[in-house]
Design a protein around this ligand. Sequence first.
Ligand code: GLU
Length: 350
Amino acid sequence: MNTFRKLILVTAALLAAVTLSAKPRVRIIATGGTIAGVSATSASSAYTAGQVGIQTLIDAVPQMLYLADVSGEQLVNIGSQDMNDEVWLQLAKRINVLLNEEGYDAVVVTHGTDTMEETAYFLNLTVKSEKPVILVGSMRPSTAISADGPANLYNAVAAAASPECVGLGVLCCMNNQLLDAKSVIKTHTIDCDTFEGGKVGCIGYVYNGEAHILQRVTNKHTVNSEFDITRLDRLPRVGIVYGYANCSPLPMQAFVDAHFDGIVLAGVGDGNFYKDVFDVAVAAQQRGIQIVRSSRCPTGPTCLNSEVDDARYHFVAALDLNPQKARILLMLALTKTHDWQEIQQYFMEY
Ligand code: GLU
């Protein structure tokens, strides 16, 4: 074998070895939250969210570099109570570029826990890729005793790097659990074990750097979603009205007077209105402001045409979506149609 031929063979073998050992390229987009929070002392419960930058978060968990080729970028650095439509649109567009144009294999988003479930659901409907997109946060700031952020971030990168998490839609990875974007809810104000999937439960676990999936979601998401935010720079305005005994109609009336595009009721029980609120809702729907009935109950569906005659009033029933996620689907639905029956169909599919 001549020297030139040997050189070619050696180069090919080296290239093959590099390709085989190539780790998945995972991009972390940091948005703030407690995972980037700093407290006055390690024992203090008083802290400020969104203080630490992306590189500090990555440097704190060198173990994840064995799992993936990890790099990061900072989108915003906020407490997620300040999350808004503008950041959501930027985030969804950026993830689509990273996954579809820049060749990344997965994205991890660090995020505050307060509105993590909303961002997860928004991305579930607007990301156009089957590749893993994993949201992660923490309940204790980065400076706390037993901070949960580093382990959560390690698990999130493990999930992102895993072929098991392809095609599942957007997931949240918290406290060793994987939760799907539609079901996930924050259930406790301060505990580390706060995220649950309601009656669906968690869809998997991450242990020892490996993701294990227990069940698959059936609702439409990501590549099967018909919502396209590529050319949008704002979303329709949708507000939420909370229901309670002797409920004032003023908040709903205020949304009507401000010409909101839609209103979600966080109703009592199976999405029921207080009678004074019902009258405002009927008038709003007649003016073209779409009313969606959801429930303040933490679990269970809001059923169509059950206690409320939706077909008569052209209301939409949120079915399995809680009010904050119903708001997101209604905003996206209103970018496509104002027909109440088509919007109800979206609620059946997504
Ligand atoms: N309220 C802050 C946020 O959601 C801190 C809560 C948290 O991240 O756990 O960003």
